[in-house]
Design a protein around this ligand. Structure first.
Ligand SMILES: Nc1ncnc2c1ncn2[C@@H]1O[C@H](COP(=O)(O)OP(=O)(O)OP(=O)(O)O)[C@@H](O)[C@H]1O
Ligand SMILES: O=P(O)(O)OC[C@H]1O[C@H](OP(=O)(O)OP(=O)(O)O)[C@H](O)[C@@H]1O
Length: 212
């Protein structure tokens, strides 16, 4: 059996991603250790995880450096990843939204300026509505932008709404729901079907059991 390489998102999604594999019977004890290693083998050595930044999961899987990956739908949309999206894993749930100062009228500006970590998703969303916008790419703390006059509004992830609320902002328009997805490299799906299909099936089954 060929080794299966899996790209996981570091940070928020990592623990639950490891847990999905644990429930499917694959343990990564090395993940529990306090280590700076970026490649970690499974206890049975048949699988290997690599830990990468959220947006990079799509890049590793699309290029075949990883066979499988777990990434948020936000990053898959932004990366326009050419991969097969197999399973909605049901965690990491949040949504994309347009947000701004309370009462801001989205139609007031002829050319809206939008600060975001997601320029592609933002452009697509407003293009579909026939709206011309200017995107301002930021790498975090996006909620600051309308407060300090960098942009009219933002496009960002909203989960509990706490960050918006504490900064005096409101959701002005809901966009798309987001959750973690299991993705696969298109070539690996064929060439490693013997290894991948049973694993994907197992993961689907554990999700059904968990959801009851
Ligand atoms: N507040 C949130 N609630 C739920 N899921 C979130 C939230 N923020 C991000 N996510 C999901 O978790 C993924 C990883 O987010 P995380 O914050 O760990 O990385 P990041 O956004 O790249 O931040 P950083 O630049 O700090 O690494 C996101 O791509 C998204 O799918
Ligand atoms: O609705 P909430 O529950 O408040 O969550 C939303 C916040 O979470 C994410 O930020 P993150 O913590 O990743 O920080 P960032 O500013 O570095 O993107 C996102 O960009 C929002 O700022």
């Amino acid at each position: 059996m060929a080794k299966v390489k899996i790209a996981l998102t570091k940070g928020r999604l990592a623990d639950e991603s490891i847990n999905i594999f644990k429930e499917a019977g694959i343990r990564f004890s090395a993940y529990e250790e306090d280590s700076r290693k970026l490649i970690l083998p499974s206890d049975c050595e048949q699988y290997e995880i690599i830990l990468v930044k959220a947006l990079d999961v799509a890049t590793y899987v699309e290029n075949g450096a990883a066979d499988l990956g777990i990434a948020g739908k936000d990053t898959l949309l932004e990366a326009n990843a050419n991969v097969f999206e197999l399973v909605d894993l049901g965690f990491g749930t949040c949504q994309f939204a347009v947000a701004g100062k309370k009462g801001f009228d989205l139609n007031q500006a002829v050319k809206l300026s939008v600060a975001t970590k997601y320029p592609r998703v933002t452009t697509m969303f407003f293009q579909e509505k026939g709206r011309q916008i200017e995107t301002i790419k930021l790498n975090g703390s996006v909620e600051l932008a309308p407060l300090v006059g960098l942009s009219d509004v933002i496009v960002d992830i909203v989960e509990t709404g706490r960050t918006l609320k504490e900064n005096g902002l409101d959701v002005l328009e809901h966009m798309y729901p987001i959750s973690a997805r299991l993705v696969v490299n298109k070539a690996s799906y064929k060439t490693k079907s013997q290894e991948l299909l049973p694993l994907v099936q197992k993961i689907k089954e554990t999700l059904t059991v968990t959801k009851g």
